[in-house]
Design a protein around this ligand. Structure first.
Ligand SMILES: Nc1ncnc2c1ncn2[C@@H]1O[C@H](COP(=O)(O)OP(=O)(O)OP(=O)(O)O)[C@@H](O)[C@H]1O
Ligand SMILES: [Mg+2]
Length: 320
């Protein structure tokens, strides 16, 4: 999880503050995050509502300006990539929770898929048609759907269109913000397996925000656990689920049923007290200490740093 030669996306000490009701107390949505995502990873961002996942994701694609810190794609600062928007679009694309919001109501599927190709001057009409057919096949859309409008498609088909459109320019990174939560449960599994296939077939790097930890365990290769604008723990999926080290991760994962019946029979649900504190005034020291079942006096006095641990993960906790 630290930067190395095949790092595709890197974030260095990133903060994103918003102006809140109180002029002197900004909302610290993202409050000092660093990580490195290697090429080909399927990385999950998890954490309670309001911990800053969407803000972080939007900053990674330049939809949100950082307050401080850096986002680098292949070692290039995205601010320089953003000066040439076209260049950034070929690097990263965003898939939203609600595909209807991402598609124009008046455009047919064909037009939606052609638009990015037109904007980026890709090929002539024949070449574009060929590419649109390729994209439809890639995401499992029947060619008969190309002439239809988004409202006449099912939710799952719409999300396939949004994914195809995001892939039109062959980006290296796809950032998906709760791409499943607007879909029927029965369709979610199909879209999850589509992401998994795309990641393998295209060598795509995916960052997915989701509340569904069972999906994370099934398809993601690595995970960052966020709390109140910070990463508390980051690790490869298997060790993270087998041995969550941070008390917050332990609580979060304790709600997920284990596929192993032996572990499942001994699973104990850890229920956290209260609501997450306000991101306008995060607690002193470790910002999780006010809800941590294991907190000691040091936790409210000193902020723990996210550090590498023996099992290859990164953890920000005084007790580990
Ligand atoms: N434009 C904005 N102006 C002011 N505050 C904002 C803005 N966008 C987000 N916030 C605040 O920043 C914090 C993080 O919000 P964000 O949407 O990134 O969280 P999230 O982890 O995506 O939550 P959820 O799981 O509910 O989608 C929240 O306290 C939110 O109210
Ligand atoms: Mg969100």
């Amino acid at each position: 999880m630290t930067a190395n030669t095949n790092t595709l996306l890197e974030v260095r000490d990133l903060t994103v503050y918003f102006q809140g009701q109180n002029k002197h107390q900004p909302v610290r949505a993202v409050d000092g995050i660093s990580f490195a995502i290697p090429e080909g990873a399927f990385h999950a961002l998890v954490g309670e509502s309001g911990c800053g996942k969407t803000t972080l994701a939007r900053t990674l694609v330049g939809l949100q300006q950082a307050t401080s810190g850096e986002v680098l794609i292949r070692n290039q600062n995205i601010n320089s990539l953003l000066k040439n928007r076209k260049l950034l679009a070929k690097d990263v694309q965003f898939v939203f929770q609600n595909p209807l919001g991402a598609l124009s109501r008046r455009q047919t599927v064909y037009q939606s898929l052609e638009e990015p190709l037109l904007i980026h001057n890709v090929g002539n009409a024949d070449r574009r048609r060929q590419r649109i057919h390729e994209l439809a096949e890639l995401v499992g859309l029947p060619l008969s759907s190309l002439d239809r409008l988004p409202r006449s498609l099912s939710g799952g088909q719409r999300q396939r269109v949004a994914i195809a459109r995001a892939l039109a320019l062959e980006p290296s990174i796809l950032i998906c913000d709760e791409p499943l939560s607007a879909l029927d449960v029965s369709i979610q599994a199909q879209i999850v397996s589509l992401f998994s296939q795309l990641q393998q077939k295209l060598g795509l790097t995916i960052i997915m925000i989701t509340h569904d930890l069972a999906v994370v365990r099934e398809v993601c290769t690595s995970v960052s656990v966020m709390y109140l604008g910070k990463v508390m723990e980051a690790n490869n999926t298997e060790p993270l689920f087998a041995q969550p080290a941070h008390p917050y991760t332990q609580a979060l994962l304790s709600s997920v049923p284990s596929p192993d019946p032996n572990t499942e029979s001994t699973r104990q649900r850890i229920v956290l007290r209260g609501e997450p504190p306000s991101p306008m005034a995060p607690p002193s020291g470790c910002r999780f200490h006010t809800r941590c079942p294991k907190a000691v006096p040091e936790c409210s006095a000193k902020e723990p740093v996210l550090k590498p641990q023996a099992n290859s993960g990164l953890i920000a906790c005084h007790l580990v």
